[in-house]
Design a protein around this ligand. Structure first.
Ligand code: ATP
Ligand code: MG
Length: 742
């Protein structure tokens, strides 16, 4: 191989290598170009996407948007801007902004400054401008607020302007609605809170009606409701809001026509856009539609107010003279208020009832305390009244212990005891009579009698006091033969009480007048005195038991405050009336008793019309009392003796049998629970000892059940009294069923 050959070979190799390198380099360059192309495409795509995204964004915001170039020509507008200006984007593109966006000052109606011009001039953002009207392409006018800002490139150079504007009317409306909603909410809140805390029924009614009228948008509202008073009487009421209530007063409660009825029946709300167009309207007598003078109602809304227990409290009614005022929303609000109202009214009613109950209880408690106080006073007085006659009796008893009493002294002592025990027994009689009147067990023995006789007896009973106090008594009786049907003893008691009072409550040397008058079927008896009189405010109370107008300490003649209560009780039993008259303290007093004459024929009047003194009226009975309680036996004996009977006492069953065998007896009053021989056994033996004798047995026992009465009857008792037996009743029985006339 030559050198030339070698050289050539080397050259070829180099050339080959070079060619390879060039191929490689070209391939790389191609690759770079391809990559650059791809990158450019991507960039373009991204740009297009960004532009689209930008446009979509601008299109979808709620405000109108227009962009311009630096010459103020439109480059873009979103659909809101299209709608408000009346231009479409393609037509507007390239137009001067002033052509597309034509604005006036709202107040002056002169062309307003275009915000884009300002931005281009000052290079600054223009904030919201108010009171501008946009005149659309087709003449529409929209109140707007606008603002504009420069668009700058990366170097900060202004390349255009973006302007944003919106319809303010819509916003103003929205704001107004918002304000109204706020007011509604506030009113609802306040109403809810007020009626929840309000316990006065009528106040709740007023708040509810006023609030519902305002919230429903009604011109006037009315709440018709029913109330039940303390006595269970139901009455209807109303509260009117937004109209003069006089307009409603003449109309009365809404009647049960098909329009009103559902509300008062508690059915769902009735909402009518135009009541005059409603098929239910105007068909009913007597008004056939709205009564004369009714407010002009077109829109109508009515909602029932229903209590927790389902009963209908009333109805809320709303009206407006324009049709279609009430919406579903107003209906919902009013239904809500009605529900609130029902709860509040239920509560108010319960509260009122509770208050009434509390007041009633307080009154009852006060009355109880009063009775209690009067009872205490009475007991103190009674003790005092009993001690008074007891003191002389005691003294006499002491005297008796001295054996050296003269005959005259002895008689005097007997008289003292007689008088004083008589006084005590009168007192007890009064008490027992009153208690019988109270229990309704006082029996009148009415007969035809001459009034003159009764008056004589009463005067006789009162004369000791009348003469002791040196009064002058005058009796006026124009018809001495006047007769009436009455219980002579009880009537005597009435007049004696009145005369005694007249004597008691008149300073010595006074005048007392008893006058009788007759009119139709009524007899009037007046007892007047010139005494201390009775204060006007005390007059209504004088007939109350225990009532005394003067303090006990000031009282000259004592007394328990029973007399007038007895008078009233007895007169009432006679179907009569008694009244008091006094011009006041120091002016004297007059009592007026009115009695019906009675219906039986006057001929049956007894010949001697003078009712005899108590004992003369009675038939003396021979009575044996058997009781192991000595006091009980003895006291009954004293009382019965006081009534004129012959009484013996024994203290055991055995002694009762002995006494019965040794002396004649008409009545045996016997205790049942006695040691050794009890009352049943004693009675049985007595009955067997004298099978044919008319003798009456009275059991007096602590056992008062039917079975006890049966046991007594089986043992041979004729009557049964439960302890403590009323001695007056016992004596009445003995006298009424007297065994042997004396
Ligand atoms: P009691 O009759 O039981 O012995 P009393 O006379 O006090 O006691 P009431 O006859 O019932 O009871 O009379 C009640 C009260 O009415 C008396 O306490 C007295 O204050 C007043 N009163 C009754 N009659 C007269 C009268 N004629 N003049 C003035 N006050 C009288
Ligand atoms: Mg009296």
């Amino acid at each position: 191989m030559t050198d030339a050959d070698d050289e050539e070979k080397q050259l070829r190799t180099v050339a080959l290598q070079l060619a390879q390198s060039i191929r490689l380099a070209r391939r790389r360059a191609d690759e770079d170009v391809r990559r650059a192309k791809v990158a450019l495409e991507l960039k373009n795509e991204e740009l297009a996407q960004q532009k689209e995204w930008f446009e979509v964004t601008l299109s979808s915001i709620g405000d109108a948007v227009i962009t311009t170039d630096t010459a103020g020509r439109v480059t873009f507008m979103n659909p809101v801007a299209e709608a408000m200006t009346g231009w479409n984007r393609d037509q507007a593109a390239g137009q001067p902004l002033t052509t597309v966006f034509h604005i006036l000052d709202e107040r002056t109606r002169k062309p307003a400054i275009n915000p884009v011009e300002e931005v281009l001039r000052d290079g600054k953002t223009v904030a919201l401008a108010n009171h501008t009207v946009l005149i659309g392409k087709h003449g529409s006018e929209t109140a707007i607020e606008d603002s504009a800002a420069p668009i700058r490139n990366n170097d900060g150079k202004i390349i255009g302007v973006v302007m944003v504007f919106h319809d303010v009317l819509e916003r103003r409306l929205a704001a107004k609605t918002l304000r109204e909603e706020g007011r509604t909410l506030e009113l609802l809140n306040v109403t809810g809170a007020t009626i929840a805390s309000q316990l006065n029924y009528e106040a709740v009614v007023k708040i509810v009606t006023d609030a519902a009228t305002e919230l429903s948008g009604a011109q006037f509202g009315a709440f018709f409701y029913t109330r039940t008073d303390e006595d269970g009487e139901v009455f209807t009421l109303n509260h009117i809001s937004g109209a003069d209530r006089a307009l409603f007063d003449g109309l009365g409660h809404p009647r049960a026509t098909p329009i009103f009825a559902p509300t008062f029946e508690g059915k769902p709300a009735v909402r009518v856009d135009d009541i005059m167009a409603d098929p239910r309207y105007g068909k009913w007598a007597p008004h056939y539609g709205m009564p004369k003078g009714h407010l002009p109602v077109r829109s109508y809304l009515a909602v029932p107010v229903v209590s927790r227990d389902g009963s209908v409290i009333g109805g809320l009614f709303f009206g407006h003279s324009t049709p279609g005022i009430f919406t579903e929303r107003s209906e919902r609000i009013v239904v809500g208020i009605a529900a609130y109202a029902a709860i509040a009214l239920d509560n108010a009613r319960l509260y009122e009832e509770a208050q009434r109950e509390i007041a009633r209880r307080q009154k009852a408690e006060e009355a109880l305390r009063d009775v209690d106080r009067r009872k205490d006073e009475f007991l103190a007085l009674l003790a005092h009244e009993l001690r008074n006659p007891l003191a002389p009796i005691r003294q006499v008893a002491n005297l008796w212990k001295q054996q050296t009493l003269s005959e005259e002294r002895m008689r005097w002592a007997q008289n003292v005891v007689d008088r004083q025990s008589g006084h005590m027994s009168l007192l007890l009689d009064d008490l027992l009579d009153l208690s019988r009147i109270k229990r309704g067990s006082l029996q009148l023995r009415k007969e035809w009698i001459k009034l003159a006789g009764v008056i004589d007896a009463a005067v006789e009973a009162a004369s000791p006091l009348i003469s002791a106090r040196k009064h002058e008594l005058q009796v006026d009786m124009p018809q001495p033969d006047l007769q009436l049907q009455a219980d002579p003893l009880r009537l005597t008691q009435v007049l004696a009480n009145l005369l005694n009072n007249a004597a008691k409550y008149t300073d010595p040397g006074g005048r007392i007048r008893l006058a009788v008058a007759q009119q139709d079927g009524t007899i009037e008896i007046k007892v007047a005195d010139t005494g201390i009189g009775i204060a006007t405010e005390q007059q209504p109370r004088v007939f109350e038991i225990f009532f005394q107008s003067t303090a006990p300490i000031d009282r000259v003649e004592g007394g328990l405050g029973l007399g007038l209560a007895l008078v009233k009780g007895i007169v009432t039993l006679h179907d009569g009336e008694v009244a008091v008259k006094s011009e006041g303290l120091g002016t004297g007093t007059e009592f007026i008793v009115q009695l019906p004459r009675g219906t039986a024929p006057a001929q049956t009047a007894t010949g001697s019309a003078r009712p005899a003194a108590v004992s003369q009226h009675r038939t003396q009975q021979r009575i044996l009392i058997a009781d192991d309680n000595h006091d009980s036996a003895d006291s009954l004996a004293i009382y019965l003796r006081g009534r004129g009977h012959e009484v013996a006492t024994v203290y055991s069953g055995e002694d009762a049998i002995n006494a019965f065998q040794s002396a004649p007896v008409d009545w045996i009053i016997m205790d049942i629970g006695m040691p050794k021989l009890n009352g049943y056994e004693t009675a049985r033996r007595i009955r067997s000892l004298a099978p044919g004798r008319t003798i009456k047995l009275v059991a007096v026992t602590g056992w008062g059940q039917d079975i006890d009465k049966q046991l007594a009857a089986n043992a041979g008792f004729d009557h049964h009294f439960t302890k403590p037996a009323d001695p007056v009743e016992l004596a009445d029985l003995l006298e009424k069923q007297a065994v042997s006339p004396s």
